[in-house]
Design a protein around this ligand. Structure first.
Ligand SMILES: Cc1cc2nc3c(=O)[nH]c(=O)nc-3n(C[C@H](O)[C@H](O)[C@H](O)COP(=O)(O)OP(=O)(O)OC[C@H]3O[C@@H](n4cnc5c(N)ncnc54)[C@H](O)[C@@H]3O)c2cc1C
Length: 298
């Protein structure tokens, strides 16, 4: 059976796109490996009507609502590859099956690589965080930190300082005098020492220990992970990919169509910055643009 659309990745962007296509009575197949990027967080913040909800419950509710539409099929598992096939696309599944569709949406998200500092990975999404808008209010006025990774970390530290007293941990790196001046204006303390590990019970954070054995109290540490596309499928299909401040970004136009006609991309893989709300908005744009292309051509 040929679907109108196949969606690779069925979390926030993918399910939003699928919902609009389902409501337009189109045959849509959602292939999802079940590993949304925020699965490490106990609560997702800022998404209208779901502020503070467990991310998996938001997705489960969306999936259940989508499943009520008769033209939707779900495939649980990973798409292993994709190719342009005639006027459409073929998405290969790990078991050897193929999903054929007239158009496709990529919504497979990013994968984060974290600094190999002991104690950091275990606290990801709980007290080691990527974004103060998502996870800042909960740590208001407590000692906050930013781990230096790139010059953008200076900007991140100046922003985080809005939520509480902030230290930029250089971890042995150096910053220029302009950055130092900017940090001073935003009342950010600069700590040059090399970090040995993070300390605290379970997912909580009580401090950051330096290589000299001293510990500084800390409630939350913000980091900018090195991110990569979770799947090579965009490259396999020939879509143009740019390098953004937080990792690769699949190039799209205002309709969220990639450089490959009929192929759309939505969510974290096609934008910066990242959030559930933006991923959902992009999914809606991709889904409705794809639908209009089915109706009017393009
Ligand atoms: C720790 C953490 C906490 C966060 N907290 C918040 C928050 O509080 N509020 C907020 O707004 N944002 C938050 N974010 C950002 C938010 O998680 C992302 O912006 C959002 O998940 C992006 O949605 P997406 O649909 O683009 O991608 P994802 O959520 O990453 O979903 C991609 C989906 O595609 C699937 N997939 C990948 N490869 C394949 C494949 N080959 N075949 C099939 N399926 C595939 C994945 O398994 C996954 O289910 C947080 C991010 C992190 C890392």
């Amino acid at each position: 059976m040929q679907h109108d659309a196949v969606i690779v990745g069925g979390a926030f962007a993918g399910l939003a796109a699928a919902t609009y296509l389902a409501r337009a009575r189109r045959r849509v197949c959602v292939v999802d490996a079940g590993q949304p990027r925020n699965r490490f967080a106990e609560a997702s913040h800022g998404f209208l009507g779901s502020d503070g909800s467990d991310p998996s419950s938001i997705l489960a509710r969306a999936r259940a609502q989508l499943a009520a539409y008769p033209s939707v099929t779900f495939v649980e598992g990973e798409a292993s590859g994709a190719s342009v096939r005639g006027d459409g696309f073929a998405v290969a599944l790990a078991g050897g099956e193929e999903i054929a569709a007239r158009k496709a949406i990529l919504a497979f998200g990013l994968r984060d690589a974290l600094d190999p500092i002991p104690g950091l990975k275990e606290r990801w999404g709980r007290t080691v965080l990527h974004c103060p808008y998502c996870h800042g209010f909960e740590f208001s006025d407590r000692p906050l930190g930013v781990l230096y990774r790139t010059p953008m970390s200076v900007h991140q530290a100046c922003l985080v300082a809005e939520w509480g007293p902030t230290t930029l941990f250089l971890n042995g790196a150096a910053i220029d005098s302009e950055s130092a001046g900017r940090l001073a204006r935003h009342v950010v303390t600069v700590e040059p020492r090399k970090v040995a590990r993070l300390v605290g019970d379970g997912g909580a954070l009580s401090g950051i220990e330096f290589e000299d054995g001293r510990v500084r109290a800390l409630a939350a540490l913000y980091v900018a992970p090195q991110s990569c596309l979770a799947s090579p499928i965009a490259g396999q299909l020939g879509a143009a990919i740019d390098e953004g401040p937080a990792g690769p970004i699949i190039r799209t136009d205002a309709d969220r169509m990639t450089s490959v006609p009929g192929l759309y991309a939505a969510g974290d893989i096609a934008r910066a910055p990242h959030s559930v709300s933006w991923a959902v908005a992009d999914g809606v744009t991709a889904g409705t643009s794809l639908h209009r292309a089915l109706v009017f051509g393009g």
